[in-house]
Design a protein around this ligand. Structure first.
Ligand SMILES: *Cc1c(COP(=O)(O)O)cnc(C)c1O
Length: 390
């Protein structure tokens, strides 16, 4: 089946839908059995779609797991109540006290927070590495290194990592590669074909796609499936069927939405390159973005999320810019249909393994599905307010 067909067909097995086009929302904690045999069968098959207890899953969540496996080419998918829970679940499923993990310096900030707090408390040591390290990561692998954690492109700073080179070095030493694949979605980067062992996603972003539900997932090949499932189960993670339904619904339009987000974002990004206020555009499709060559080699598309660096500025100027926006609203997260803007001043303080030279603040845009000329006009007026307050 070609990708568009998988997007339309996946997660709609009749055992989930009973003939409805969409898998319904199954609200259930308790499931009841008529015979002991039936109960035993459900328990024995609970990791394979058996219905035993609500926390273990129900047809709505199983349908979403099936869809994520089909889209990413995985053998197993575990759902979590948020993207951050998926990151925590993946790492804690495979790293123990006394182990060491390597983490990209540009990871999503709460991922860094996890390493510096909970993982540290549990005796798991983290060393951050330059996201552009590539094959040289081999020199940082210790005898107790269990995991190399990647995120590509990195959050806000957008470096695209050489995942195949990192995976080659990792596998030579028996180390697992985990990738936060949220930006690419399963459509634009194939983690398992590129050497990743566990792919993590905040479905909250483009999969749900409408800014109204939080879900995370980890997908994996067969060899790591059982350990991921056993440990994540033990942590009590599960997802509401309403949110699983919204994620399944989002999948149906993922590809057409991404195409429009990508086209709009490219137009905005090109426009920004001509603005005197802008120092550098950090969009993977642009040569000015670190790792652009890996994006060209390994990715099959982009989306609406990118950043740009401003020349020297002050908080009054960026505040004036952001507060008056009509369409680019200030908000954390991204991946919905709407445009968003955030300004980051403190990038240097979140980096410990790589330089961040820029003197000006970094602005991250999520370019939504509004008319792109309206969006550019919004930014143009934003720059006028910015300049008036410099
Ligand atoms: C938002 C995000 C997460 C966390 O997802 P939540 O569902 O908000 O917990 C993880 N990784 C990346 C790259 C993100 O952008």
């Amino acid at each position: 089946m070609k990708e568009d067909t998988i997007i339309a067909a996946t997660g709609r097995d009749k055992k989930y839908t009973h003939g409805a086009v969409n898998t319904p929302v199954y609200h259930a904690s308790t499931l009841t059995f008529d015979t002991v045999k039936e109960m035993k069968r459900a328990v024995a098959n609970r990791d394979k779609g058996g219905l035993s207890y609500g926390r273990r899953g129900n047809p709505t969540t199983y349908a979403l797991e099936q869809a994520m496996c089909d889209l990413e080419g995985a053998d197993g998918c575990f759902l979590y109540p948020s993207g951050l829970a998926a990151i925590t679940g993946a790492i804690l499923s495979f790293a123990d006290a006394g182990d060491h993990i390597l983490m990209a310096d540009g990871v999503y900030e709460p991922t860094r927070g996890l390493a510096n707090t909970l993982l540290k408390k549990l005796g798991i040591e983290t060393t951050f590495y330059d996201p552009m390290i590539g094959a040289d990561i081999a020199g940082m692998i210790q005898d107790n290194t269990k995991v190399i954690f990647c995120e590509s492109p990195c959050s806000v700073t957008m470096e695209v990592q050489d995942i195949p080179a990192i995976a080659k070095a990792a596998h030579g030493r028996g180390v697992l590669v985990m990738l936060d694949n949220t930006w690419a979605t399963p459509l634009h980067f194939k983690p398992f074909a590129n050497g990743v062992d566990l792919s993590i996603q905040a479905l909250t972003k483009y999969i749900v796609g409408h800014s109204d539900a939080m879900v995370g997932c980890v997908t994996t090949r067969a060899e790591h499936r059982q350990q991921l499932f056993d440990m994540s189960y033990q942590m009590g993670y599960c997802v509401s069927p309403d949110d699983a339904y919204l994620a399944l619904r989002g999948i149906r339009t993922l590809k057409v939405r991404l195409k429009q987000h990508e086209a709009n974002a490219l137009k905005v990004a090109h426009w920004l390159t001509g603005r005197p206020e802008v120092e550098q555009v950090l969009h993977p499709a642009f040569e000015s973005c670190p790792g652009h060559e890996f994006w060209q080699r390994d990715f099959t598309g982009g989306n609406g999320l990118f950043s740009f660096v401003l020349k020297a500025a002050n908080p009054a100027a960026t505040t004036a810019m952001m507060e008056g926006m009509k369409h680019f609203k200030m908000g954390f997260s991204w991946g919905g249909y709407e445009s968003l803007i955030l300004t980051y001043y403190g990038i240097k303080k979140y980096r410990t393994a790589s330089e961040w030279e820029a003197t000006g603040p970094t602005v991250r845009l999520h370019v939504g599905l509004e008319d792109v000329d309206d969006l550019i006009a919004d930014l143009e007026q934003g720059f006028a307010r910015f300049n008036a307050n410099l």
